[in-house]
Write a protein that binds this ligand. Sequence first.
Ligand code: 13P
Ligand code: SF4
Length: 321
Amino acid sequence: AEQKAALIIEIKALLETRQAVLVAHYYTDPEIQALAEATGGFVGDSLEMARFGRDHAAQTLIVAGVRFMGETSKILSPHKRVLMPTLEAECSLDLGCPIDQFSAFCDAHPDHIVVVYANTSAAVKARADWVVTSSIALEIVEHLDSQGHKIIWGPDRHLGAYIEKKTGAEMLRWQGHCIVHDEFKARALKELKAQNPDAAVLVHPESPASVIELADAVGSTSQLIKAARELPQRKLIVATDRGIFYKMQQACPDKEMVEAPTGGDGATCRSCAHCPWMAMNGLVAIKEALTDGAERHEILVDEALRVKALIPLDRMLNFAA
Ligand code: 13P
Ligand code: SF4
């Protein structure tokens, strides 16, 4: 504990001397979220992280999350230095949607408008007409559908199916999935619900449709925290990465939170619902990002690609504004 406290003091000093700001996702470890809060940084969902990094005066951003979040920051702020605790923090949605194959899929349907989830590479974003995050996907697809557009959706199949169901839009869907949310089990959740009839169920839309069906609230990480606060129930069953419990408990300290089951046997797994790539963002790695040579931590995006990827990203940000 003493070592950790010393490390935190060291990082705080480094952030100051480097004039850097720490931007963290809710799925990172609580100590990282606390550090961001204590140093004038930010904790939020992927859309809010992108906005905060873009609008903050600091010329160096430390993005604690996964690669696509760092890339998005760089696309929006090309003159800032964007560092990540590790460049190896991937996302199964991004990995499952390689640009060549996705581009061929789009080319095969040239009359379709291409909408991609933010959890994608800069190259995939550059191939898209719109980027969306889970907090704004419904509104944007509804808007495009009402204008009569045919839509290609990628890469998350569960979020895509959820959007289709809610908006009535028919989309050609890429079949990617998040390895964390795909693991939530409807049967076990139903049993847990039956044992806790007074509990509300909160679900991130990257979860399977059968799990979403059982939800009292569905939304992005920030939307789930808002729902946790606003729902009348004092007990909450939460189907998303367990990193969210830190801010959710802060938002409603008097409520009880339970992890939704990821095993089929009805047992709640205390550590399953945690993104292995988010978990790579440790304090030591943050210190290294501030002290090591940039080559191991700096996010760079090819300028021609960046300019192309900025167009659909800006569309989303302007739509959300
Ligand atoms: P949010 O946009 O809800 O923060 O989700 C990002 C993510 O990676 C979810 O798994
Ligand atoms: Fe990607 Fe899932 Fe991890 Fe989010 S939780 S970063 S969607 S693998």
